[in-house]
Design a protein around this ligand. Structure first.
Ligand code: SIN
Ligand code: CO
Length: 390
């Protein structure tokens, strides 16, 4: 099904990667993503960084000998040409959520199909001239650092924890001490370095260099609790005051036993099938949310144009700047897109959306029996994009 081979060393299975490396150990995959070579030039990314709708950051590394003087300067988008005038030698510009601007690049997520779509965050690019870096740091998430243009030297050091201190008063999270360097290699275009969460890393551009970070994410419990509260508002029975046993007690006291009784009822609901349902819904909504606002499509095709393009060989593919995912349970298959369950879909549409979510490219033959208005709506909502033949 996958046109793009998995990004792994030749002799490694995805199962092996997941059990031995994922969230544990770094892995260098030479030529793991050769599709990136020649896809973009530094100029493309500089232009994009100045686009009004992007989320971009310009990080300037000013040389300083003064003690306690901030070494880093950060400017967030909107960025203009003037921001790039008279820069010192070392700087980096970062642009987030590139899938939004290039669905072709977004498709490269398929090389990491061993990471489920709901655990993917976004593709970020860093452009830096020789010597540029974002400093020594660690991230809380897994990242695949894919070299797209030029060369970057990567050093990896110790695993950090909540006690690891960042340099004070800097606009970014950087520290000085990476501990013992366990890896020191130069990555060429097409090479990929997997870095697990909390592992300190430091990448320095060796020349004009583009690095694409395929970053992952996982929800935190606070997001789930928040979403659960939302889901619960649809359950009227939860609004009925609880029945609680009462023993004689001082009138001013809230006793531990009362709190315990309330907690027991809460846990009972959570452990009932209704609670399971609520949790399923809450988790699905959280993990199917997109992180960045959707772009309004510049042009929309009429349904006739759309069907004609498909007839002429265009394909429909999931747009990875959106989140399209499905869940199977006793009541059947539910589809979620961008934080919402899609209700009222017929069996055929569900089957197609499942295939799209799994990365399939659908052809005219696959969709010809679907109402073209439905397909147009999928496109308009951004769940899919039309990969037209050149
Ligand atoms: C970079 O591309 O320079 C930074 C990416 C990262 O450290 O996560
Ligand atoms: Co990082």
């Amino acid at each position: 099904m996958n046109a793009i081979p998995l990004c792994l060393p030749n002799d490694m299975t995805p199962e092996q990667f997941l059990s031995e490396y994922w969230q544990q150990k770094p892995l260098l995959i030479r030529q793991g993503l050769p599709q990136l070579i020649g896809m973009f030039e530094p100029e493309d990314m500089l232009d994009l960084a100045m686009d009004d709708d992007v989320s971009a950051r310009l990080l300037i590394q000013a040389p300083t000998k003064q003690k306690n003087k901030a070494q880093w300067q950060l400017k967030k988008s909107p960025l203009t040409e003037a921001d790039f005038d008279n820069l010192p030698a070392q700087w980096t510009v970062l642009v987030q959520n590139l899938e939004q601007w290039s669905p072709e690049l977004g498709q490269l997520w398929q090389a990491f199909d061993y990471v489920p779509q709901w655990q993917r965050d976004d593709i970020m690019v860093s452009y830096a001239p020789k010597g540029g870096s974002v400093g020594k740091h660690y991230d809380d998430y897994d990242v695949f650092l894919a070299q797209g243009y030029g060369q970057r030297r990567w050093q990896l050091g110790k695993f950090c924890d909540a006690q690891t201190e960042f340099v004070k008063d800097e606009p970014i999270r950087v520290f000085d001490d990476m501990g013992e360097i366990i890896f020191d290699e130069v990555l060429e275009a097409g090479d990929v370095l997997y870095v697990p969460p909390k592992l300190s890393h430091f990448g320095v551009a060796q020349d004009d260099c583009l690095t694409f970070s395929f970053g992952c994410r996982r929800p935190n419990l606070m997001q789930i609790i928040d979403s659960l509260a939302d889901v619960a508002t649809n359950h009227s029975e939860l609004f009925v005051p609880m029945r609680l046993p009462q023993t004689l007690q001082p009138s001013g006291e809230l006793q531990a036993v009362s709190i315990h009784a309330i907690k027991e009822q809460l846990l009972q609901v959570m452990q009932s099938s209704q609670g399971e349902d609520m949790i399923r819904q809450a988790v699905s909504e959280v993990v199917s949310k997109r992180q960045y606002d959707a772009l309004v499509p510049e042009e929309t095709l009429t349904t006739d144009e759309l069907m004609q393009a498909l007839e002429e060989g265009a394909t429909l593919q999931a747009d990875y700047s959106n989140r399209l995912l499905y869940r199977h349970d006793d009541s059947g298959t539910s589809i979620y897109a961008n934080g919402q369950r899609l209700d009222g879909l017929d069996e055929q549409s569900i089957a197609l959306l499942v295939r799209l979510a799994d990365g399939a490219a659908l052809t005219y033959g696959d969709v010809k029996d679907i109402d073209p208005d439905d397909i147009a709506e999928w496109l308009e909502n951004g769940w899919v994009w039309l990969n037209e033949v050149e």
